[in-house]
Design a protein around this ligand. Structure first.
Ligand code: UDP
Length: 404
């Protein structure tokens, strides 16, 4: 539990420059990729920041474990229930709730130098907060703004609010930045800062832990693929399941849960496994906290998103675990993996090519190892936690300097 939930801790100066006081806003109580990334950023600013969440859950607990001041301001149901493809009517019903929430957040914002919205819903609320509290706003954009994901109304709303009220958009990949601009966002407002992953937890995994994890999962010496990520139709776990009958003897660990309400899809995946006769090889492990260990215990990491993955932390994590990574081409994935050099990229929803890529790697462990080692070096060089923190700090400092 953070020592003090309501006040800002005194700021330890770095040289003569006080640390900026940052109010982070996130809508989720659960732990998705955006929340893990914010966890790392907020830890870095722990002495001078607070995180406001619109829902309670394990994310709050994790922030508190790391000594980050955090408070939950539950969003009205009409706001939390708005999906990315919501209708105009659903959006209109949410307006009063957004304004009510913005007023509550604005009271907190007065004690901070800058508001940092982690994701789209927080940005919409924070746009009003920025106006009410007269504070600069950064939007960490972690979604692909395209019609595949968003209603046209949401695309218009997001880019219009950003153009009017957001001082800087931090995009988690060039693809995400481009989608923002193509949807009408101002190109001069957006900067790309790649996600970064802490390599230490991957380095800490021992061979003994790996052997015992494989034993406890009953995997023996069978080839094992790891599919890491929350269960959601666009993450495409169904494509990998579809490939399984053509990969005899290969086990797949599906690690993740339907954390944003995609329970029907989670059920359908299990039904699909039964219909394909692969239930003995398809292991649904649910949400896990021991990702570095599980990634180290598999032979390769496969990510079969069927829509543009904005970034894909799981790709970098697979590389840090020194595993060959096979992913679908789209969104930010080509910025992480150079196919044939640091992993393999395949077209989305193409089972035949996927099977050939996986089968090829299993048949040629030396080439698989070479890809894995090259991927490991790329992850360390280009997607380090240090680089993420330096990039975010630079953007915060720049926004505040321009404001002065
Ligand atoms: N993850 C986890 N437990 C799980 C499944 C996933 O901790 O059971 C983590 C995973 O290690 C990664 C994050 O959730 O750090 C997912 O991030 P990614 O960018 O791949 O996807 P997003 O959730 O942002 O769409």
């Amino acid at each position: 539990m953070a020592a003090n939930r309501n006040t800002v801790s005194t700021q330890p100066p770095i040289g003569n420059i006080p640390r900026p006081r940052v109010l982070f806003i996130d809508h989720a109580g659960v732990l998705g990729g955006g929340q893990y990334s914010l966890l790392d950023i907020a830890r870095h600013f722990a002495s001078s920041c607070k995180v406001l969440l619109f829902a309670d859950g394990p994310f709050r607990e994790r922030l508190q474990q790391y000594g980050v001041s955090v408070e939950v301001l539950p969003a009205p149901r009409k706001v939390s229930g708005v999906s990315r493809q919501a209708t105009l009517l659903q959006d209109l019903r949410a307006v009063a709730g957004v304004i009510h929430l913005a007023r509550s957040v604005a009271k907190h914002a007065r004690d901070y130098d800058l508001i940092y919205a982690n994701g789209q819903k927080p940005m919409v609320v924070s746009a009003f907060v920025a106006r009410l509290a007269n504070k600069p706003l950064i939007w960490h954009l972690r979604d692909t703004l395209t019609v595949q994901f968003e209603s046209r109304l949401h695309l218009w709303l997001a880019t219009t609010l950003a153009n009017l009220f957001v001082a800087r958009v931090i995009a988690n990949s060039k693809a995400t930045a481009e989608a923002f601009v193509q949807s009408g966002g101002r190109a001069d407002r957006v900067q790309t800062v790649y996600n970064g992953i802490d390599a230490a937890s991957f380095r800490a995994v021992t061979p003994e832990q790996v052997a015992s994890a494989r034993l406890s999962l009953g995997l023996g010496s069978a080839p094992v693929i790891g599919a890491f990520g929350r269960l959601a139709p666009w993450k495409g776990q169904h494509v990998l399941l579809e490939a399984m009958p053509q990969l005899p003897g290969v086990h797949v660990l599906f690690v993740g849960d339907a954390i944003f309400g995609e329970d029907a899809y989670a059920r359908k995946l299990r039904e699909q496994a039964a219909a394909l006769g692969v239930t003995d090889r398809a292991h649904f492990l649910g949400f896990r906290q021991d990702i570095p260990l599980l990634m180290s215990a598999v032979d390769m990491v496969v990510h079969t998103a069927v829509e543009a993955e904005p970034f894909g932390r799981v790709l970098v994590e697979g590389m840090l675990a020194r595993k060959p990574v096979v992913a679908t081409r789209g969104g930010g994935t080509p910025e992480i993996i150079e196919t044939g050099v640091s992993g393999l990229l395949v077209p989305p929803s193409d089972v035949k090519t996927l099977v050939a890529a996986i089968g090829g790697l299993l048949a040629d462990p030396a080439s698989a190892q070479k890809l894995a080692e090259a991927g490991h070096a790329v992850a360390l060089q280009r997607f380090s936690l240090e680089a993420l923190l330096a990039g975010v700090t630079r953007q915060i400092d720049d926004v505040l300097a321009r404001r002065r």
